[in-house]
Design a protein around this ligand. Sequence first.
Ligand code: TRP
Length: 334
Amino acid sequence: MTTVLTGITTTGTPHLGNYLGAIKPAIEKSKDSTFKSFFFLADLHALIKCWEPERVAQSTKEIAATWLALGLDTDKAVFYRQSDIVEIPELTWLLTCMTSKGLMNRAHAYKAQVADNIEQGESDPDKGITMGLFSYPILMAADILMFNADEVPVGKDQTQHLEMARDIGARFNHHFGTHFVMPKTIVDDKVSVLPGLDGRKMSKSYQNTIPLWLTEKQLRKHIMKIKTNSLEPGEPKDPSDSHVFDIYQAFATQSQVDEMITAYENGIAWGEAKQLLFELINKELAEPREKYNELIINPVIIERELKKGADKARSFAQPFLKRLKEAVGIRPIV
Ligand code: TRP
């Protein structure tokens, strides 16, 4: 059986990009019984970039409710909150001691911040950089190696972190015996990178997202804000140069896409194309939206699910960590 594992950092409100790019394909894959799935809320990672307690807590609740509302089967998949698995920070330390500082110096996220500081003329190139940010890849390696994940589906920006996880795990294996599986990076090019309202990649940092759980009315309003050119109704439009079309395509079946292409050729009005996009997305989200709203007002259900997941995850992590500690020489005297 192949173990698949992925995490989402709990710093924001889930948007359509998260849904299409990560959550929906993960839930689909978890239905395949040849895979064992581990999905988690990376709340320890959240602290690296967010020092707003309410935001971290709220985001954790929202992202958990999102997976559940979208139909994740928690009897099949192991669904948990990273911080509930106390073995993870402990493993992080074992791995930290096996990680050369030079490797971390080369991490993109760290280097980008240093480059930023230098560009701004700061005298200290490490200004504002915490050890959390610096050693972020080690915590991520622990997430992955803890459960011997075979496959880790991530966005392109995370591939270096996966390389580092393999590096760190291999070094541990080399010194202390083969304990860790080398995880494969899965970057699915078929999974859509959704454009946001302004046409750039939909991302929290660009503030161009369409949140996943808007009311019907709000969703429509957001969709009406997607940037278009100024072609008039009746003028033929180019689907390959339209964010409305790109988003439509990500949700539609092939025959719906073909119909939309014809509509573009026939000069569909932007307002009308957006209305069709709204209806398509709304249809897909209407039912889960109700479930989501129910979960948000009944957070005990969410908490119960996360506890169940933590128990399952720890039943593996606990004995495994014990074995790893014994391997490095941390063991009872007699
Ligand atoms: N760093 C990932 C991101 O920002 C989130 C994450 C944390 C993760 N731990 C992980 C993803 C382990 C995959 C596996 O997207």
